[in-house]
Design a protein around this ligand. Structure first.
Ligand code: GDP
Ligand code: IMO
Ligand code: MG
Length: 426
């Protein structure tokens, strides 16, 4: 039975959640495998808009078991607030499972995130300030606290107290205000109580489910070019959103994976700092942001817009071994006279081979564009390939030709049904 990975191919916010929601219809488990509440995943069902940060996007279906995998860093107050909001709206989260191996985020991680950003002065990364980088740093330093520790409450609270006290020594040396250790211990005692019924040995549970005929969907947050190894370092997040991270962050081996769907917007956006070859400015940029509603779900920040870049997509195909691409938000470009696609980079007038391994170089490349005439028609009602205008088919062929993989799904609006599924893909 299948294990499908959904991965972002740009700098995030490609519409992963909408495609996960679409695919979840035929899956038994939806598993977040990395990142934390830096993610903002929006699913629109009729008049309802759900903004998710930690809870997997499959939660809206009663047949799906949503799982927070071992590779995620979990902020418990955010998780419980999200569960409360969903339950108030009639979405049950009782079946939500949290891996015992997932690391927890604590208040000191958020403080460290803010301190490091402040220390960077003009060269801030523009993180979400959610403590993601410091939490992963503690995991790698082997001083993190995992969700499963709450099974021995006394030991868990001793660990929390020790870590908070150690961090206070660091804050004191930096002249920063101190954390209220007793208050943190008290709050985490309550969180531990609430977390307990959701805890699970996710790795064995998922393998057992697969063996019994289940279909597993691994939900990526962030994206290929925010990957700590493959992204535009240091302007990246602190985990591996790429497909290899889906294995490490869920406990499946590479041979278990049967499909890897890369999600790409029909244009590109980026939140936070870092190089962006096809970035747009001025009126065109404002049009993309206004029509595409390109404001962050988590921080409300305006996303930086640019044209579609198939040099990036080609690289995303390589590092994720993508089987197919879902191209979202084509409808946002309905009124454009011309839709530009970057098909190559030049440096100092000479063509570059592939995606450069240096963010400084990426910041200096010139883009070679292929212009596709606009379709000047509303795409939202399109439901099958034959509904799509010829110019859209040209754009899809261009993407397929440059990436070597099929475009299996086309997004034509924000709602669950606003898609064209091509060539028999599910
Ligand atoms: P994610 O982080 O990759 O899950 O993406 P976000 O949810 O942060 O941002 C994508 C936004 O685009 C959300 O507001 C979606 O509702 C919306 N969206 C997704 N697909 C489409 C589409 O095909 N057309 C339009 N107009 N909006 C879409
Ligand atoms: P989804 O899953 C877009 C960006 C931040 C910043 C960098 C590092 O919704 O696509 P971090 O807080 O992770 O240390 O910030 O990564 N970033 C995202 N950008 N979408 C996201 O998630 C992001 N998660 C992190 O803006 O540039
Ligand atoms: Mg998002």
């Amino acid at each position: 039975m299948p294990v499908t990975v959904v991965v972002g191919t740009q700098w995030g916010d490609e519409g992963k959640a909408k495609i996960i929601d679409l695919l979840a219809g035929t899956h038994s488990h939806v598993v977040r495998y990395q990142g934390g509440h830096n993610a903002g995943h929006t699913v629109v069902v009729g008049a309802e808009r759900y903004a998710l940060q930690l809870v997997p996007s499959g939660v809206l279906y009663s047949h799906v078991t949503p799982v927070i995998g071992n590779g995620v860093v979990v902020d418990l107050p955010t998780l419980f607030a999200e569960i409360d909001t969903l339950e108030q709206r009639g979405v049950s989260c009782a079946g939500l499972r949290v891996s015992t191996l997932a690391h927890l985020i604590f208040p000191w991680h958020q403080r460290h995130d803010a301190i490091s950003e402040a220390l960077r002065g003009e060269s801030k990364l523009g993180t979400t300030l959610k403590g993601i980088g410091p939490a992963y740093a503690d995991k790698v330093k082997r001083i993190g606290v995992r969700a499963g520790e709450v099974r021995d409450r006394e030991r868990f609270l001793t660990m929390v107290k020790e870590r908070a006290t150690q961090e206070n020594a660091v804050f004191a040396s930096l002249g920063e205000p101190l954390l209220d250790v007793d208050d943190i211990v008290k709050r985490y005692d309550e969180y531990a109580e609430r977390l307990t019924p959701h805890l699970c040995d996710s790795v064995n549970m998922l393998h057992d489910a697969l063996a019994k005929g289940g279909a597993i969907l691994l939900e990526g947050a962030q994206a290929t070019f925010l990957d700590i190894d493959h992204g535009t370092y240091p302007y990246v997040t602190s985990s591996n959103p790429t497909a290899g991270g889906a294995c490490a962050g869920s406990g499946f081996g590479p041979r278990d994976i049967t499909r890897v769907v890369g999600i790409a917007k029909a244009y590109t956006t980026r939140v936070g700092a870092g190089p962006f070859p096809t970035e747009l400015h001025g009126d065109l940029a404002d049009r993309v942001v206004d029509i595409g509603r390109e404001f962050g779900t988590v921080t409300g920040r305006r996303r930086r817009p640019g044209w579609l870049d198939v040099v990036m997509l080609r690289h995303a195909v390589r590092v994720n071994s993508l089987t197919d691409i879902a191209l979202t938000k084509l409808d946002v470009l309905d009124d454009f006279d011309t839709v530009r696609v970057c098909t190559g980079y030049r440096l100092n007038g000479k063509p570059l081979d592939g995606f450069p391994d240096d963010a400084e170089v990426l910041a200096r490349v010139e883009c070679v564009y292929h212009d596709v005439p606009g379709w000047k028609r509303e795409l939202r009602g399109c439901r099958s390939e034959s509904d799509l205008p010829r110019q859209v088919l040209t754009l899809l062929s261009l993407v397929e030709q440059h990436t070597g993989v099929p475009v299996s799904v086309v997004g034509v609006g924000p709602e669950r049904d606003d898609v064209v599924v091509r060539g028999g893909a599910k």
